[in-house]
Design a protein around this ligand. Structure first.
Ligand SMILES: N[C@@H](CCC(=O)N[C@@H](CS)C(=O)NCC(=O)O)C(=O)O
Length: 202
């Protein structure tokens, strides 16, 4: 049985979403977003940095969301959520899948730190503004790509889970302006998926 270590409203929601889309059974260990839980010896034994997501599958333990998604797709019947390697959609799938942690999440991390984690006296308007501008720039090519399609790589795919979750988070952080109409419609589209709703409620 798969076991997912999860904190609400974080990247581990991507994995809940994936497992729900695939209809897989899994145990969910919901942790608090608090050092007592995440930096405990018990959790550090699962993830050396004390973070989520962590997926356990028998003797296998993985703790990087993109790797977890690829692993589940390969070993647990997820072929339908990835375009075939020889298809025209495959290069775009790869690009958007990795664009998430490479380009979109770094400024999101800074925005979360500057608006939610640091105490008010340690926050910096300058650092926050810089991260917001960077995120807005990183969303630009996605807005353009969604002009021609409903999902990032043709049909709904794991790229929509990985990057779609980050786009949804960008919206929640108030960083999707009204001019980003394609992204706005995309967020509405993914929010309508029952598996996504389960993931956000978890
Ligand atoms: N690149 C990693 C990032 C993991 C990560 O930073 N997770 C955050 C939640 S979104 C976390 O656990 N933060 C807790 C902490 O920093 O103490 C992934 O995609 O899995």
């Amino acid at each position: 049985m798969l076991k997912l270590h999860h904190v609400s409203n974080t990247r581990s929601g991507r994995i809940v979403w994936l497992l729900e889309e695939l209809g897989l059974s899994y145990d969910l260990n919901v942790l608090e977003f608090h050092p007592k839980a995440l930096k405990s010896d018990e959790h550090r034994a699962r993830h050396p940095l004390g973070r989520v997501p962590v997926l356990e599958d028998g003797d296998v333990r993985l703790y990087e969301s993109g790797a977890i998604i690829e692993y589940v797709l390969s070993r647990h019947g997820g072929a339908a959520l990835k375009p075939p390697v020889e298809s025209a959609e495959y290069p775009g799938y790869l690009q958007w899948f990795h664009y998430c942690e490479g380009m979109v999440m770094p400024p999101i991390n800074t925005i979360v730190v500057q608006t939610k984690i640091l105490s008010p006296e340690r926050r910096s308007e300058e650092v926050l503004g810089q991260a917001q501008r960077l995120l807005s720039k990183a969303l630009g090519p996605i807005e353009e790509a969604l002009e021609r399609r409903d999902y990032l790589a043709g049909n709904f795919s794991a790229a929509d889970i990985q990057l779609g979750h980050a786009i949804f988070m960008s919206g929640r952080l108030g960083c999707v302006g009204p001019e980003m109409t394609n992204i706005g419609a995309y967020i509405t589209r993914i929010e309508a998926r029952p598996a996504f709703q389960t993931a956000i409620a978890a």
